[in-house]
Design a protein around this ligand. Structure first.
Ligand SMILES: [Zn+2]
Length: 299
């Protein structure tokens, strides 16, 4: 590709700078169509971004994208996520953006939080209401947030990378947080060791559903611009360790493969993750990271 073509290429969704082609891939996780997607790496902020968002993006979210009902198997992983949040807020009004099937929301309710949610899937909204959460049906969470009462905690578990307007979401979240409240964002990590090894085959690229993978340092800077200070940044929390296994498992056996292959891949992935623990669990080189920010304004 010539430098002239590169200069005309789509710019970073986060900072508007030019980016270089990093990888090209298909929808490897769901096999919905054979279209190829380019991801570029921003020269200024390091974000890995989908160059062209398909006009028919909604079709890449099939009905089984939300495994509703799975929250009945309340598991250690969801409990650990609530426990991580409770290190920073003991209770109060919790707002979850994009809870999907609602496993975390259910565990937060059980732990005494009042839970509200903004969710783009209508069936998931019905389910959230049935388990005792309030749910607002919207695919534009930054707009829905502007209408909502203040929250003690706002959480996005693997949602930020799906947002068409991530900066508007950050601004709206900062404006909705109570003084002293916290914003928790967990996302795939563009500095992951596994991305360097697997490239376009890394399952956390999740083309074309993931629109941007933002480096931790960039997210910290963006949060600072809306008045939020980092209080935790980790790639080795329980959820992060689970996502490391998930990445290797889905590399070995995509979700569309048979049950036996997926089961075998799970055990192989657990072993790979154990062997790579010194690499993946240190220095933010894991598949994901979780950042917690506090709204220090007014206190
Ligand atoms: Zn950028």
């Amino acid at each position: 590709m010539s430098s002239r073509a590169s200069d005309a290429a789509p710019r970073c969704r986060i900072c508007g700078s030019a980016g270089d082609l990093r990888l090209t891939t298909t929808d490897r996780n769901r096999s919905i169509g054979a279209e190829r997607f380019d991801y570029r790496s921003c020269r200024a902020c390091g974000t890995l971004y989908l160059a062209e968002v398909p006009a028919d993006l909604a079709r890449y979210y099939p009905p089984d994208y939300y495994p509703i009902g799975a929250e009945h198997e309340t598991n250690e992983s969801e409990r650990a996520k609530v426990a991580l949040l409770q290190r920073f807020v003991s209770g109060g009004a919790l707002l979850e953006i994009g809870p999907g099937a609602g496993g975390f929301a259910a565990e937060a309710l059980r732990s005494g939080f009042g839970v509200r949610a903004i969710e783009m899937d209508e069936r998931a909204c019905d389910h959230l209401r049935a388990i005792g959460a309030q749910a607002v049906h919207s695919a534009e969470p930054h707009r829905a947030l502007a209408e909502m009462a203040p929250a003690r905690a706002i959480v996005l578990w693997h949602v930020f990378e799906h947002l068409a307007e991530p900066l508007a979401l950050l601004r709206a979240a900062a404006a909705t947080l109570e003084p002293g409240g916290v914003l928790l964002i967990a996302v795939p990590n563009p500095a992951a060791f596994a991305l360097r090894v697997l490239g376009a085959r890394w399952p956390h690229v999740d083309a074309p559903r993931h629109l941007q993978l933002v480096p931790a340092a960039t997210l910290v800077r963006l949060a600072g611009e809306v008045g939020l200070a980092p209080v935790a940044l980790t790639g080795s929390d329980r959820a992060g360790r689970d996502w490391n296994v998930f990445g290797w498992q889905h590399f070995l056996a995509p979700p569309t493969s048979g049950a036996v292959r997926r089961r075998a891949a799970f055990y192989a992935a657990a072993l790979v993750s154990l062997l790579l623990a010194p690499v993946e669990r240190g220095g933010l080189r894991g598949s994901t990271y979780t950042a917690v920010f506090r709204n220090d304004g007014g206190i």
